[in-house]
Design a protein around this ligand. Sequence first.
Ligand SMILES: *Cc1c(COP(=O)(O)O)cnc(C)c1O
Length: 396
Amino acid sequence: MDTVTASPAPESAALTAVVNTDAIAANTALVAERAGTGVIAVVKADGYGHGAVPAARAALAGGAAELGVAHVPEALGLRAAGIDAHITSWLHTPVTDFGAAIAGDVDLALSSPRQLAAVVAAAHEQGVTATISLKVDTGLGRSGIGADEWDETARAVAAAQAEGAVRLRAMMCHLAFGDEPENPLNSLQAQRLDEASADLVRLGVRPELMHLANSPSALTRPDLARDLVRPGIALYGYSPIVGRDFGLTPAMTLAARVALVKKVPAGQGISYSHTWTAPADTTIAVVPAGYADGVPRLLSGRMQVHINGRRFPNVGRICMDQLVVDLGRDGGGVREGDLAVLFGPPSPQATEPVPSATDWAEEIGTIDYEIVSGVGGRARRVYVGTAGRSAGDRDD
Ligand SMILES: *Cc1c(COP(=O)(O)O)cnc(C)c1O
C-alpha cells in the first residue's frame, strides 16, 4: 500500500489513476469471507473506473468465482483479453448481439420474454445451447422480468430448455435497499426470487444457482447470500453503507503532477468568474486535473489536494483540464512536478489525511460509485500490486 504514495506515477504522466490490484484481491477475499459464499465480481463500467481487465484478474486472484457485467460488449472485452471465467451480462437492448455473446460463452441474464425469444433465435442459428439466467424484478422496479410477464417467460424458458435452445443456470434479482440491511424489502425480494424458482421447478426446470446480494447485502446479510454474491463497489474498497467500516481498502489513487507554481498578489481573482479572490499575497499551484478527467466541477472551492503530506484548499472554479490550489504566502515548499494526490486510500504516514473519493461524494451529495467510475479522460491508469498481474503486463 505504501508503494502507492511513494511512487504512484510514471514521470511522463500529468495525471494518473494508480490502481492497487492487491487491494482488489484482498477486498474480494474479505467479501467472500463475510458472505460465506462464492463471489461474482462485478466489473461493469470498466471495473468502476479501475480498468475492467486488471480488476477482473485481481478479483479472480483474490478468489472470485465468476464475473458480472452489464453489457455484452463488456463481457466480450474480457474474453478478448483471455479471461475464461464464467461471465454473466444483464443489460440488453433490441440491438444487443446475442449471437456474439453465445459464441463468446457469455451467460445472458434476461429481463423479458422478448429477450428470451431473441436468445432462442440466436441459439437456433448457431445450433447450440445458450446459457441463460433470469433476472426477476422482485421489487427494485428497474430491470428484470415484470410480474405481468413472469408466467409467460417461465413457460417459454421451460419450452426452450426442453428443446435444447437454452440452459437455465441462475435466478437473480437486484435489491432496492441493499444499503439498508434491515429493510424488510430485502427479505421479501429474496422470498419472491425463491417463489419464482419454485414456479420453474413446477414446470420441470430446476435453476442451478441463485444470487441477489450486492456489496452492502453481501457484507451484512449472509442469510441472503444464497449460492453467490454479486459485489461491485466493495471490491474497489469503498464501504457500501454510509458510516460503516468493513476494513476494505480503496484501490485507486488519483494523483497529478503540479504543473505550475506562482505568486499572485492580494486582490487577484482566481479562475473563471473569479469566484475566489486572494485576500492577501499568496502562492498558487495549478493541478492538471479537471472535470473532463472526473473531478466534479461542483467540488469547486470544496475540496483539498494533498501535496507532500499536507492538504491545500482548491480555490476558484474547477475547469475542464485544471484546478488551482492555494499554497499560502510561503508556497508551503511545493514545487512544480510535485505529486498532488486528489484522492486515495488513507496514508498512515501522512501528517494530514489524504482525501478519499467518499469525502468528495459526501461533499457534493452523491456516492463514491459515481466518483470512481467517473475517473477517466486523460487520467492514465497505472497498476501496482501483484494480484492478477504477470511480469509482461503493461499499464493501459
Ligand atoms: C452494479 C450491480 C451490482 C453491484 O452493486 P454494488 O452495489 O456495486 O455492489 C450487482 N448486481 C447488479 C445487477 C448490478 O447492476
